[in-house]
Design a binder for this molecule. Sequence first.
Ligand code: NAP
Length: 307
Amino acid sequence: MEPHWDVLIAGGGPAGYSAALYCARAGLRTLVLEQLSAGGQIALTTQVDNYPGFPEGIDGFELGQRMRQGAERFGARTQLAEVTALELNRPLKTVHTSAGVFQGRAVIVATGANPRRLGLPKEQALTGRGVSYCAACDGMFYRGKTVAVVGGGSTAAADALLLSRLCKKVILIHRRDTLRAASIEHQALLEAPNVEFRWNTTVIQFLGSDRLLGLRLRDLLSGAEAELPCDGVFLCIGRVPATALLQGQLELDSAGYLIADETTRTSIPGVFAAGDVRTKALRQAVTAAADGAVAAHYAEEYLRGAQ
Ligand code: NAP
């Protein structure tokens, strides 16, 4: 096993790399454990327009890479690995990963959240065969085709808009009659000539066996069911926090988010929660980055006291 680190950071999104930047600048030996590539969910976003400092917007993948470079410039290190287990109760904390076992005196959990599934039969089998959770990743496969988008939040609105520029037709299916997304996002969708809305409607079945051929829909007001032929469906129905490995160790709320206040301290001393994985009102790259800085501050304070 390697010598231990001062701070292990699980997750290399805006929260993780902001924490890494602040920890490294404080002189702490810092390792980020990231599963795929820097940036987390934001790396899957083509255009980020609401992160300050980029008046023309910035590609999400590039923003993630820049965050990593910024932290590594001050000595933070990255290990690409999947975290498989955490032992957090002792003063020296242990993180098991696909690339080996790492130990740290403090841990910052910045594992974010993953797309929520509808939970219908065949959803998993058809994922990548017509069922998708990310328009920025898969939209190009549906150029000139007809697709549905399920959900009424900002992600559904942004994905429907992105797809309207690529696809022949986009049908937005939402279980209520108003979007949760901001009115500016709704207005942009109303102005797109190839976007249709199906309000008060849910998907009850995926049609097709080897590949998605369409959806069976239910009108929640009348109870009427109908089939909607389409080439693809993008499920944008929120996210589920990546906290499965922490159940039974750290306090979680009823939706599975790590309970931590604005100090990012969790129920275990020396363990901090930053970014989308934490209980909070607004989950954005900028609030995640702010959390990372706060977590680093309190981790440093904890480590000074723990010496
Ligand atoms: P969200 O705001 O939680 O919206 C999820 C949507 O899915 C809601 O409309 C919800 O319906 C619907 N839904 C949930 N479960 C469902 C189910 N089982 N069946 C059918 N519909 C279901 O999630 P989000 O849109 O991913 O946004 C998450 C956060 O990221 C938000 O804070 C958002 O502002 C932020 N975000 C920001 C941007 C941006 O600023 N550019 C882009 C994307 C996301 P109800 O409305 O009925 O609850």
